[in-house]
Write a protein that binds this ligand. Sequence first.
Ligand code: GAL
Length: 420
Amino acid sequence: MSKKMWYSLTAVVMIATLVLSACGATAGGADKVEVFSWWTGGGEAAGLEAMIKVFNAQYPDTEFINAAVAGGAGTNARAVLATRLQAGDPPDSWQGHAGQELIGTYVAGKQIEPLNDLYEEQGWLDVMPETLIPLISDGGNIYSVPVNIHRANVLWYNPAVLEANGVEVPTTIDEWFAAMDTLQAAGVIPLALGEQWTKMHLMETVLLGTLGPDKYNGLWSGSTAWDSPEVTTGLENFAKAMTYANSDSASLSWQDASQLVINGDAAFNVMGDWAEGYFRELGKAPNTDYGWAATPGSDGVFQFLSDSFVLAVGAPDKEGATSWLKVAGSKEGQEAFNPVKGSICARTDCDKALFGEYLQSAMEDWSTNTVVGSLAHGVVANDSWKSEIDTALGLFVQGGDVATFQSALVAACAASGPCK
Ligand code: GAL
């Protein structure tokens, strides 16, 4: 073969290879996307479905694979995700909380890609709240697309049950305990509670209500000592609050516990505002079937968390994942998702009129209140610290005493928090 012929043949082979691999990228890239979350249950799946509908309309040729794993707060889902990540089998995109969960786990583990280019292309820096960006950034890179802002410190109540028992909506922890004494004496379950993560959720709101926002923040920055007397008071308040709860809490999901309030079997429930999405799905009306207030002692404070979606390192369907992230960060996607989910948009430009009374009040509070982060939902503590707190909490709810619990929390902060 002449040299010339050899060169032409090589060129043909090279071009063919390039064309084939480009076709392969399109076929394997844009035609599907696997999205992982824990939104399967009451109120939650419906929100996700609303966003998937927007996705399907915009990307009709890309199959949406909904890989959601059941279980409130992602307790089960995150375990499944960890196993998949360890096995090198990541979903293309998954739900992660803004804050330490994202930065301390997925960024630290180099499991997710920076999204700076997408932010620039989509103009998201102009529409995402400034307070949120540092919680999803590391080393100058932005790592996720926030879809919402949820509020954790909400006290839900049954207005008819309170009225029938002559109980006012409490604003302080002492008023709350007095109200629950009255309800208990009348044979009503004062406080609806569910499985363990809902107890951590209750604990963080009671700590906030006892300590106030500055000292609560200090728990996570290291400036509030975990062995201080005020933390003891906070834990005693938490222990007392739990004495008013239903005895079968361990076997109830958050939806089951919310339902006790809606059905009139219990008076109060402390839960994030995804409960509102659930109440609406059940056809319940705000102010008539359910009422809300900031958890006792936390008026003027918005304890927040934010669900966001990430792009996996080595995503099998990067193009599909990018399409999904574009929808998740878009006005249309967020306006479809949030009114159903019971959250407000992460974006600042959503149409307020699309939201019901509760969420309109949450929007107002989000822009005027003091903002602090949630423990149970990934904002303030990394996964190792949170899991040590959870272990201590588990022992405590099985009958441990406050002193032992507090020592374990001191040790957890020293081992994995800023108290070294
Ligand atoms: C939170 C999540 C919310 C909601 C809740 C209950 O962690 O951020 O969107 O799903 O769990 O499952």
